[in-house]
Design a protein around this ligand. Structure first.
Ligand SMILES: Cc1ncc(COP(=O)(O)O)c(C=O)c1O
Length: 398
């Protein structure tokens, strides 16, 4: 049989999805599963976005411009300008999700063998995008004890070699929920300027900042114009994960011209989804105010609940809708599988994402899980109770 590529063999499985077959089996047995493992919000998509697709008058569903609709890019630039970010339509390429923006970014700024420094734990699919691009990730460990704040800049500096092309951050963080302070973003910017590196900032959760704390975008630092690349998406902002629309944003003309060649190769982002995304920009502020209130409430409910369970340690998230919890187990991978295969309480169980897949340092985060607080109050309360019971039972059996 012809051989699969080494790259293909090295491509990591998604730690978020690898438990799916066990969940399917549990569902077949009639078990109800509370899904704390994925970032699929249950918040309603803005009606205006859905109506725009229903009420279109398209007769030919054609390709769009490779950079995306001009009208959409113009309005999207306006959205960033409202947050005082100096973004114009020519600084934006619309992509098929933030995922494609990350792939275009890797493709545009790295060669096989190059290195990208990323604070860990990080969004697990960065591993996949790096493998697909032949890039080596140099992780730098953030700690649950300080809520996953930016590790000291001296630690980053130690990892910089002539192969280092970029530092990649996720702000607010998935899976940590950490929101970088203005000082931390500035420190990274200074480092990038000193060593002539790119800073790639994944800001797909940029609207999800709690407790009145402001989000600081990488695009807000004028001196960093040539070094900054922002990745964004409509998936979480408008609860439109299935639209598959995101964007790559940079003031660096060479980066944009290069990314544009990748964009041309795949022709265009999806047309209907751009119609929905453009309409979503009209979403009133009250929608976000309600969503933020809802997530703040859920976060507090989850963190308070977790803190009451013996042996559980949790870093209170300041943004996004995830947290990392340290559990009194040795191997969270085994525990997560056991929850689906062998545990039930009133025929119900929970699904969590083992956190080891969010680290690239081997044997790290083995007793941690990522929990997404994307469930309604009653379901979240029930899920926390199930976790408490399951931990007790698991401990007795092991
Ligand atoms: C941090 C982060 N970046 C990027 C993405 C990709 O999102 P999408 O391709 O749906 O825009 C996700 C999705 O969960 C994410 O959590």
């Amino acid at each position: 049989m012809p051989k699969i590529s080494n790259k293909g063999l090295e491509m990591p499985e998604s730690p978020i999805r690898k438990l799916v077959p066990f969940a399917e089996e549990a569902t077949r047995k009639g078990r109800k599963i509370y899904q704390l493992n994925i970032g699929q919000p249950d918040i309603k998509t803005p009606q205006g976005a859905l109506d725009a697709v229903k009420n279109h008058d398209i007769e030919v569903l054609s390709y769009s411009h490779s950079a995306g609709f001009e009208s959409y890019r113009e309005k999207l630039a306006g959205y960033y300008q409202k947050s005082s970010l100096p973004v114009n339509k020519e600084d934006i390429i619309i992509t098929t999700g933030g995922s494609e923006a990350l792939l275009f970014t890797m493709g545009s700024i790295t060669d096989p063998g190059d290195e990208v420094i990323i604070p860990e734990p990080f969004y697990a699919n960065y591993n996949g995008f790096a493998t697909a691009s032949g890039v080596s990730i140099k992780p730098i460990q953030a700690s649950i004890d300080d809520g996953f704040a930016l590790p000291p800049i001296a630690e980053f500096e130690k990892l910089i070699t002539e192969k280092t092309k970029a530092i990649l951050i996720c702000n607010p963080g998935n899976p940590t929920g950490y929101l970088y302070t203005k000082e931390e973003v500035q420190q990274l910017a200074d480092l990038a300027l000193k060593h002539d590196l790119f800073i790639v900032s994944d800001e797909v959760y940029r609207e999800f900042a709690y407790d009145g704390v402001k989000h600081h975008s990488i695009m807000s630092i004028p001196e960093l114009a040539e070094n900054a690349i922002m990745v964004d998406s409509v998936s979480k902002r408008y609860s439109m994960c299935g639209a598959r629309v995101g964007c790559l944003v940079s003031k660096n003309k060479e980066v944009m011209a290069t990314a544009m060649k990748f964009a041309q190769a795949r022709l265009s982002p999806p047309t209907f989804a751009q119609i929905a995304s453009e309409a979503a920009l009209e979403t009133p502020q009250e929608y976000f105010d309600e969503v933020i209130e809802q997530y703040t409430y859920r976060r507090d409910l989850l963190v308070d609940g977790l803190e009451k369970i013996e042996g559980v340690k949790v870093a209170k998230p300041k943004g996004a809708f995830y947290c990392i919890a340290e559990l009194p187990v040795e191997d969270a991978d085994d525990f997560a599988r056991w929850l689906l295969e062998s545990f039930e309480d009133n025929n119900e169980t929970i699904m969590v994402a083992p956190a080891a897949g969010f680290y690239s340092t081997p044997n790290t985060g083995k007793n941690q899980v990522r929990i997404a607080y994307v469930l309604k109050k009653e379901n979240l309360e029930r899920a926390i109770k199930i976790l408490d019971k399951a931990l007790k039972q698991y401990k007795q059996q092991n």
